[in-house]
Structures are given as structure tokens and as C-alpha cells.
Design a protein around this ligand. Structure first.
Ligand code: PMP
Length: 399
């Protein structure tokens, strides 16, 4: 056996031991089922309230058929990066559909949402620039900002006055060639929606580039078209980012925007140039999902109906469900350990809902994050609510 570097071995051992001692080492339990409303883990059936498969499209037979047909025609891999010979007509069709879906001139697809943020921010911003970033933005935005080498200026979450003051200071300093403002469209831990009209106003005042990552909004807000559409701002936002991995049910990420922006990303964004293209099956399935979303709001409506049903149920039991404006339903417990314990008990009783604690959310605001989907039935949600009531009472969280 290759024993490798002692320095590395010591580093790994010490740090893993430390994480385990602090109870921060996350173990992963594989599912033996699809990621639907009921999942199976280690032979145990559980009500699933943890996935981002918002519309249930990950298991939709129309997407499955589209993927199978594409695989039969094109095979399982694209075979190269997009700029060598990995671009299939399927990729072009997907990008045309995405542009239509987001009401923009053009779009470009990437291999994941994470990849997309790494790609897009660093293709436009550099060390002479500054980025105003909401403090609760997703990790991939933070990493994309870091990669760009631009000065990162965080602003308080959804605080427009703080954003305006920092934009003014950055502009008046004369230090930066370009200044960008970046926000999630929907914040995934609390379910709140970014104040885009106010952000756009600040952007106009100080000539900021606007960048909205709507990973959790596409398919969910704006009757399915996303948060930018929800506010009627499709012609006001420079970068509309989305993923194909959440409501769309597959995998991938994209930027939708003006044609010249997309042309630039095609020649300058590194994951497009240096990482193999999305597979034919994924592309065909994602295209089918966009077609479904553009032709009907049925799944969107069902998602909201289920979200409201779960929220009403938890609230009437006496739980604190925060101020979510979307179907994302936090159940705020507070204390970190109590939250972990609560989530564990829910699991034992048959509900899979993950505890989210510090540092993902602020200390003392530990919560179990619930995500009903369009595929959940009222009966399943009722079963989940009965388990919530039982565990809540047993643990003294409910009276
Ligand atoms: N952006 C945001 C706001 C996200 O929440 C996520 C996923 N959690 C991503 C990007 C990354 O997307 P993907 O899973 O498609 O890589």
C-alpha cells in the first residue's frame, strides 16, 4: 500500500478527528430509491421533505423518455468541450429555450449551477473591479467572486440602505473600473425573495452590473419563470443565473442575458472552454422540463398549494415557520443541539427533514428545512404533520 505523505496524513487525521469530536462530521446515507416524496434509506421508508426537486420533474416520465431517446441517438457523453466538438444541436436547442424562458436575447449552459457562477463572474470581473455581494449569497457565488480577484464588498442581507451606502463609497473611491451587485433571487434557507426592484434602482444610480442567481426561484416564483420575471425586470438584469438541477430536475446551470454577454462567455468562461459539455440525456431532459414549464403552470400551482398547506399545518400546531415568501418552509427550533435532536427524532418517526444550523445559518436560529414538492400528496403531508406534532410534543417544543 502507498502510505503517501506524512504531512498530508497528519493533516487529514487531525482535522477529521477534530470534526468528529465536535459532532460536525457529516455522514451521508445513500438512498435506494428515486428522490421523490417517499424515499428509502437502509430499507426504511421516509417522507422526503429535503429535496430541491421542487416540481417533481426529476422522476417525470416525460423527462425520462426525452433522456432515453437522446441517449439512444447521441450516446451517453458529449465527447468533448463545447468549443472543440462537444456542442450538439441539443445544446443549442436548450440554450434557445432557456433564452425564451428567461425573456433574454441569448443563454449559455454550463455543467452545473456551481460551475456557472465560477465561470460567469470571473469571465467579466477582475482585480480592478469590485463586487457588492449579499452576505447570505450561496457558496458558489462567494467562490466565483474570489476566483475573479475583484474586491469583495459584502452588504447586510437584503439591506438596501447598506447596499446603497457601499455602492456610493465604492463608486466615489474611484478605485474600481467596474462594480457588480450580486444576489440570490430566492434565499434557500429562509425562503425570502431578494428586493430586486430596489436593487435595480441602486444599480441605475451607481451604474452597477446586476447579477441574480435564481437557482431556487426558477420554476417557483414568477409563475415558474423566476424572480426576475416575478418583478417584471427581465430587461433590467444583466446576468440571470439559474440551475437545471432544482425545479428543472436534472443537472446543469445557465446564464441568460444579452447576446454580446453570452458571446463573451462563450469565448472567455473557462468551464465552457475547458470542461466537457453536458451529456445528451441531461440536455434533452432539461429541454423537456423547460418546455413543460413554458406550456403550463400546473406543477408550479401544485407546489405552492402544497407549500401553503404545510405552512398552515405547522403554524397551527404552534411551530415558528419564519417569514418565508416561497414554498421553502423552515421550522425554526433555535438551539443547535435541540434542532439536530429534533431532526433525528423526525427521522426515526419517518420524516426526512434536515437540520440546518450554524454556520449555515446564524447562531441560535437552527431550523429544520422543509421542502414539499409538487409531487407530494395531501395525504403524505398530513402524515408528516402528524409526526411533527408527535415529536414536537414529546420533546417539549410544542405545548
Ligand atoms: N446557486 C445557488 C443559489 C444554489 O443554491 C446552488 C445549489 N445549492 C447553486 C448555485 C449550485 O447549483 P448546482 O447544484 O446546480 O451546482
Amino acid at each position: 500500500m502507498n502510505v503517501g505523505s506524512n504531512i498530508l496524513n497528519n493533516f487529514l487525521h487531525e482535522n477529521l478527528t477534530d470534526l468528529k469530536a465536535k459532532g460536525l462530521y457529516n455522514t451521508i446515507e445513500p438512498m435506494e430509491s428515486a428522490n421523490g416524496p417517499i424515499i428509502s434509506i437502509g430499507g426504511k421508508k421516509l417522507i422526503n421533505l429535503s429535496s430541491n426537486n421542487y416540481l417533481g420533474l426529476a422522476t417525470d416520465s416525460r423527462l425520462v423518455d426525452a433522456a432515453i431517446n437522446a441517449i439512444q441517438t447521441y450516446g451517453v457523453g458529449a465527447g468533448a468541450v463545447r468549443t472543440i466538438n462537444g456542442t450538439l444541436d441539443l445544446h443549442v436547442k436548450l440554450e434557445e429555450k432557456l433564452a425564451a424562458f428567461k425573456h433574454t436575447e441569448a443563454a449559455i449552459a454550463y455543467q452545473s449551477g456551481f460551475n456557472c457562477n465560477m465561470a460567469a463572474i470571473s469571465a467579466v470581473m477582475d482585480k480592478d473591479d469590485a463586487i457588492l455581494s449579499d452576505e447570505l449569497n450561496h457558496a458558489s457565488i462567494i467562490d466565483g467572486c474570489r476566483l475573479s480577484k475583484a474586491k469583495i464588498i459584502p452588504f447586510k442581507h437584503a439591506d438596501i440602505e447598506d447596499l446603497r451606502a457601499k455602492a456610493k463609497a465604492a463608486k466615489e473611491s474611484g478605485l474600481y473600473k467596474k462594480i457588480m451587485v450580486i444576489t440570490d433571487g430566492v434565499f434557500s434557507m429562509d425562503g425570502d425573495i431578494a428586493k430586486l426592484p430596489e436593487i435595480v434602482e441602486v444599480a441605475r444610480e451607481f451604474d452597477l452590473i446586476t447579477y441574480v442567481d435564481d437557482a431556487h426561484g426558477s420554476g417557483v416564483t414568477g409563475k415558474g419563470a423566476g424572480t426576475v420575471k416575478h418583478f417584471g425586470l427581465s430587461d433590467q438584469i444583466d446576468f440571470q443565473i439559474g440551475t437545471l438541477s432544482k425545479a428543472i430536475g436534472v443537472i446543469g446551470g445557465y446564464v441568460a442575458g444579452r447576446k454580446e454577454l453570452i458571446d463573451w462567455l462563450k469565448v472567455r468562461s473557462r468551464p465552457f472552454l475547458f470542461s466537457t459539455a453536458l451529456t445528451p440525456g441531461d440536455v434533452a431532459a432539461a429541454t423537456k422540463a423547460i418546455e413543460i414549464l413554458m406550456s403550463s403552470t400546473e406543477l408550479h400551482d401544485k407546489l405552492w398549494e402544497n407549500g401553503n398547506y404545510l405552512k398552515r399545518g405547522l403554524k397551527s400546531l404552534g411551530f415558528n415557520i419564519g417569514d418565508s415568501e416561497t414554498p421553502i418552509t423552515p421550522c425554526v427550533i433555535g438551539d443547535e443541539q435541540l434542532t439536530q435532536e429534533f431532526s433525528k427524532k423526525l427521522y426515526q418517526e419517518g420524516v426526512y427533514a434536515k437540520a440546518i444550523v450554524f454556520p449555515t445559518v446564524a447562531r441560535g436560529t437552527g431550523r429544520v428545512r422543509n421542502m414539499p414538492t409538487a409531487a407530494h400528496t395531501t395525504d403524505i403531508l398530513d402524515q408528516a404533520l402528524a409526526i411533527y406534532e408527535k415529536v414536537g410534543k414529546e420533546m417539549g417544543i410544542l405545548q
